[in-house]
Design a protein around this ligand. Structure first.
Ligand code: AVJ
Length: 322
């Protein structure tokens, strides 16, 4: 079997340097915050997999429904030679796109981009095994920073699925979309998954499930900080909070100290104190409306070509062209 090619734009050392800088900024800010990208160590990735199967967490199923219905149309419209996937590349959704492009007869190359070299290698190997003849060219990088040198033969289809763009705040989204636009050539494509604004109760339940899987996922970020930065934050001292911010139209996940907490972060030589009730923001997950998505895509230099939602109007896929 051919081995996947990997370009490394982000080494494990770079990742540690980035985590340190961000953790320092976030843990000394008021209110305190950490970036959601640190959720996804091995345990966090498994917990996220579990979240996607929860009855309350509809986005994964809704997006799959759209892809099942539209993958053929996406392949026929784009005629893509390369599928570039931002984020993990092992999922069933990736395969729906690869299958459709293969059937359409244009697929040559798969380019998954992920921060984790191990996740990427594993995903790339699995895809290689199941798609003989497909060139797999992985890129280890952070999609907010390392789009500069995207491989793949034109026309490329860049897929950014799952609603992960919602983890970026508006200014970060503008910057990110512009950087995707910048690496693409005329005639290339972006397929963007966005969760939609809906009944706040439905939204909050999706981020505060009855079984407490999301709570565990949220608290796991403290274990990541403990391990990577030699910190001693007690996960049991924090309660999971998910709330709807109606002004910003995003879900916020926070960890609320149930008592006063003192922690030491060895790698930062930093003492951190939480008052009882003080919160650490761990994620924003923005929800969208069609007008907003179209406005942001247009501002970045894309043209919205197709907009599809699932049958219940919960989630949208946008196909945009440069
Ligand atoms: C993987 C970023 C799309 O925001 O819905 C799931 C992560 N957080 N439950 C999301 C998540 C809490 C998820 N994304």
């Amino acid at each position: 079997m051919t081995e996947p090619v990997l370009d490394v734009h982000l080494t494990p050392e770079d990742a540690v340097v980035a985590l340190r800088a961000e953790a320092k900024a976030g843990l000394t800010a008021r209110p305190k915050w950490v970036s959601p990208k640190w959720f996804y160590d091995a345990v966090g990735s498994d917990l996220f997999e579990e979240i996607t199967k929860l009855p309350e967490y509809y986005p994964t199923r809704a997006e799959r429904e759209i892809l099942l219905a539209r993958a053929g149309e996406i392949a026929a419209t784009t005629g893509a030679h390369a599928l570039v996937e931002l984020g993990s590349g092992s999922s069933e959704k990736t395969r729906l796109l690869l299958d459709a492009l293969r059937e359409h007869g244009t697929l040559r190359e798969f380019v998954p981009l992920d921060v984790s070299a191990s996740a990427l290698t594993e995903a790339a190997r699995q895809i290689l095994a199941d798609y003989p003849g497909l060139a797999v060219h992985g890129v280890v990088g952070d999609f907010t920073e390392h789009l500069g040198l995207l491989p793949g033969s034109s026309p490329r289809l860049v897929a950014f699925l799952g609603g992960t763009i919602g983890n970026l705040i508006p200014e970060e989204r503008d910057k990110f979309l512009a950087s995707v636009r910048d690496v693409l050539e005329p005639g290339e494509w972006l397929l963007l998954g966005t969760d939609l604004v809906k009944d706040p109760e439905v939204l909050v339940r999706a981020y505060d499930d009855a079984r407490g899987v999301t709570a565990e996922f949220n608290r796991n970020v403290l274990r990541v900080l403990n391990r990577e930065l030699g910190a001693d934050l007690d996960p049991l001292a924090f309660r999971h909070v998910a709330l709807w911010n109606a002004d910003q139209e995003w879900i916020e996940m926070r960890l609320r100290a149930v008592r006063a907490v003192r922690a030491h972060v060895a790698a930062l030589e930093l003492d951190v104190e939480f008052a009882e009730g003080e919160e650490l923001r761990t994620e924003v997950s923005a929800k969208f409306r069609r007008e907003g998505v179209e406005r942001e895509l247009t501002a970045a230099g894309f043209e919205l070509h197709r907009w599809w939602t699932d049958s219940e109007g919960r989630f949208a896929l946008s196909l945009a062209r440069v």
